[in-house]
Design a protein around this ligand. Sequence first.
Ligand code: ADP
Length: 497
Amino acid sequence: MNEITRTAARHPFLDGKPKRMLIDGKWLEAASGKTFETTNPATGEVLARVAEGDAEDIDRAVAAARRAFTGPWSKFKPFERQALLLKLAALVEAHFDELAMLDTLDMGAPISRTRGNRLRALGMLRYYAGQAVSILGETIENSLPGEIMSFTLKEPVGVVGAIIPWNGPLTATIWKIGPALATGCTVVLKPAEEAPLTSLRLAELCQEAGVPPGVVNVVPGFGETAGAALAAHRDVDKVAFTGSHLTGQKIIQASAGNLKRVSLELGGKSPDVVFADADLDAAVPGAGMAVFANSGQICSAGTRLFVERKIYEEFSARVAAYGKSLRVGDGADPETQVGPLVSAEQLDRVTGYLAIGRQEGARPLSGGERLTEGAMAKGFFVPPTVFADVRDEMRIAQEEIFGPVISAIPFDDIEEVITRANATSFGLGSGLWTRDVSKAHKLARAIRAGSVWINCYQAMDPAVPFGGYKMSGYGRESGKQHVEEYLNVKSVWIRAD
Ligand code: ADP
């Protein structure tokens, strides 16, 4: 049995055959005939070979998406789009465990986490189903003389290029496809090269749900080729991008050719502030999982842990002990709490920062080294790490690591911590732990970030907007704002006298 067929025994989607791309309702090989491997980061085993799309495939997919947009799809009534989304939700529910396992195998997250995304994934699809029948224009009183009436129509922006990262493939795919289907847009989605499988499986379910050909197209491939071609394509009306801020900057440049609309959900270096009056028994695991969840591969992870000085040593030690108590291992094991990093490249990046932290004089209280014992040697495992004695100017306090690494920093008073929490070019998430409602309110107002979590971290809901300030990007996903990102406003005037 070769590696691929061994895995196939575990998962119905992994049947040993190369995975093709979905363009215009057909499963195609890349125009170039090229493929790439996708591997399990816990074991190094090859899961599948996948068609490697590039500019030519993006061209074909965008043309299909344009035809679908102007063709039959444009005639779909809101309730028909709603029905499609509800059907897709039912299919995702029926196949949920399989989709969760595919995420786990392809990018490493613990199965407890990927299965735990159930409510969120289904909730998103059903929320967008509701939004499909809630698109409203306005009738607006104007002050012109005579009988002239004005109102607005909301219309789909058109062909959307969606580019997603690997850190949560199922929900990331739904986050792009959902609002497109709700509004009547069409999509060309490029999954991340590290973890393309779940997007492809979800595309199969879209077909099964009855999504017409060309409405959802999925073109796997690399960022510099397929991704760049999609961002630059003249017939794409909007790019919805989630990923690093450096790629976000390239996307904006690439979008300039036809001035396409862009929404960006980028990285972060989010502050998590713990006051001495907090419920520390809740704050220890809360602040820990704000970073250790998904091995720190979450853009809004609370990686700058500001702790009030009088509890700094005790609290940092408790978070480190909590980190040590977590079970690190293959995500497919139901007992695993922290899985591997997604790739060798990500491992190099994170271990590079571990070395930088030590060189800068930070003191590791837990973790700090790659794990290579036994079967771990084949994967990309880094244990939960807490660095103490971190100063604001250190690179581990300023740069996004995207690994399970907390930089614990002491502070003395609220004004000071506000200034220091905001002293970052990012502004995605933020947290604070206190029993004092006035402190909570003051910080919630003062922190320049798109989300503030008080006595919790990383709460997400399909109805609540999520997105960045500053270099964490612009545009919002989830909530009513998300659907608006996929709509144009047209003003209509009627002279009636
Ligand atoms: P990460 O470092 O987390 O992988 P990236 O921003 O590089 O983040 O990747 C997120 C997504 O952006 C992936 O799908 C990747 O292929 C894509 N990507 C990378 N570079 C480019 C680019 N120059 N243009 C468009 N997409 C890109």
